[in-house]
Design a protein around this ligand. Sequence first.
Ligand code: VAL
Length: 456
Amino acid sequence: MATQRGGFSTRIGFILAAAGSAVGLGNIWKFPFEVGEGGGAAFVVMYLAFCFILCFPVMVAEISIGRKTQRNPVGAFKSLGFKRWSVIGYLGLASGVLILSFYNVVAAWAFGYFIDILSGTFSIGGEAFGQFTADWIKVGGYGLIFMVGTAFVVSRGIAGGIERAAKILMPTLFIMIIGLIIYAVTLPNAMEGLKFYLVPEFDEITGSVVYSALGQAFFSLSLGMGALITYGSYVAKTDNIVSSAASITLVDVGVAVLAGFMIFPFVFSQGIEPNGGPGLIFATLPGVFQSLGGILGVIIGAFFFLLLSFAAFTSTISLLEVPTAYMVDEHNIDRRIAAWLIALLIFLIGIPSMLSYGAVEALGNFVTMPGSDTPMPFLDFVGVIANDTFLPLGGFMIAVFTAYVWRTENFNLEIAEGDESIKGSWLQMYVDFALKYVCPVLLGAIFLVTVADKFF
Ligand code: VAL
């Protein structure tokens, strides 16, 4: 597709880039600790149901809105002729910026672990995670490097930057995960971990588990944050959106499920409680690698955190692309300038999150949510606002917009552009039905109930 905005050069390039956006810290860092806190397999069941039933249709809608309009999330709604609905685009933009602000901090932890383990400066022990995150100069340095890398790729545009990086990084990531699973399941107590992960106990499902499973599904699939509207705007008219979305969903869910097969045997082999929160993999895994001893431990440990950094990188790229595309399309700013400036701004917005894990006490105990008795760090609080609240709200509005404002007929014309055979297929019928009824009702209801519960 040769427009001045650039575009993905191949369909597989788009799928890899969008799957690269979806697969990230959400799958390998966040999913396991959410499962750990949400009681194990019961959470997994909720998460899977949400991904397929609610999120997949929203993904088709997002990609279609992007492709139809060839615009960033704010411009897209305007260009369809519904200026007021561009509030969805602004909400997505805000979510993307907030998420990237703390995401980059966690990416910096992952990248920092990789460098420190490789260089032999990593000190393993009970307090290692806390000591690492409290060292804000170091974390800041790694965070800056990560953000600079992200800005570099985004500044180079779609086919030359984003697509090329995804084509190399995604297959590598997959091979690395499989290798680590093979190792993990041979560890002592691995079976206990798998049992926790795979055998559901449904009495574990509470309101707050439902809420976090929904937030996790949106977060992991990169929905509601403008990323897939933006990536959709670079998709060729000849591509089949429904089957691309199905592939992206399957890859993302597949990697999350595989990450569980890797992490829980690791965690249980260390005799560690799985409900350790955001520090779960950072606090537990170095011990696993150390118990391997010597050079093997260093290699496998470094390998794991490199993997995590790779996964995070294709996601930070997509998050930065959202505000960059907005500045390029709506304000005619040169892509390079936009990418570098916004990256700097988001890095600065992320500083309180960076300081909230050990460097500044007040940020570490930032707020105590109703119904909880422990204060949460600033970083987690941004997550509650952006991931768990804004994203499902954005998804709800996108479903309502597509079905009732843009209207299903027009939406269907756009999906049929790439492939007429999709017309009348059961998959398309389901997507239409879900956007009309299932998503508005379920997303609306869960949103209202949980917001009332969480914030009041
Ligand atoms: N979807 C990604 C992830 O799961 C990002 C973009 C939030 O990590």
